[in-house]
Design a binder for this molecule. Structure first.
Ligand code: ADP
Ligand code: MN
Length: 183
């Protein structure tokens, strides 16, 4: 448990999942309760100009992964960060003490997409709607997580309802308060 965390006083958590599963909502709520620092990677990359052109799949700028990792290195070393991002493969394994994969029932997710409630500035086209709700991305993302992180730090949480968010924030808050660095 909590490998490579000896330098950190507080844990780093990755919250990942398909767009619309509630990463930003969950991360923001968790940050408020725990006083950990919420870093929305897309926003951070945009603010710091660490982008490389447009990613049509996610309707956002391609993130320059190396530059983002470099820019976050010191903060990650210190610990106490909630990283909110739809991909997980560019952060080194040792960065995280917990990797949370949010999953939402496809019909629920479809409703969120059609209402365009999530933080995508242009909304999704029908084509993207279909491909994103096909569940494909769930599996791809989960495989990516499993390839990159040890099983014992990965947790899959349902995010269908507001009750789920409350429950997930409680689960993670209690995990954070019980976390201690490996000495
Ligand atoms: P993400 O950051 O994963 O793209 P957001 O946190 O931006 O997702 O949430 C997308 C939209 O769906 C928001 O309007 C949010 O209020 C809503 N939402 C997210 N998770 C849930 C949930 N578990 N139950 C109900 N609504 C949710
Ligand atoms: Mn988001």
């Amino acid at each position: 448990m909590a490998q490579n965390s000896s330098c950190r006083k507080r844990p780093n958590i990755l919250i990942t999942g398909t767009p619309g599963t509630g990463k930003t909502t969950t991360a923001a709520a968790l940050a408020e309760v725990t006083e950990l620092c919420h870093i929305n990677v897309g926003d951070f990359a945009n603010e710091e100009n660490l982008t490389n052109g447009w990613d049509d799949t996610f309707d956002s700028y391609y993130i320059n992964e190396d530059l983002v990792c470099d820019a976050l290195e010191n903060l990650m070393e210190e610990g106490g960060n909630i990283i909110d991002h739809h991909a997980c493969d560019f952060f080194p394994e040792c960065c995280f003490d917990r990797v949370v994969v949010l999953q939402t029932d496809s019909s629920v997710l479809y409703d969120r997409f059609t209402k365009r409630l999530f933080d995508c500035p242009r909304g999704y086209s029908d084509h993207k709607l279909a491909s994103n709700t096909e569940c494909q991305i769930f599996q791809v993302l989960l495989e990516e997580v499993k390839e990159n992180y040890p099983d014992d730090i990965v947790i899959i949480l349902r995010s269908d309802s507001l009750e789920d968010i409350t429950k997930n924030v409680e689960t993670l808050t209690s995990w954070i308060s019980n976390w201690s660095p490996v000495v």
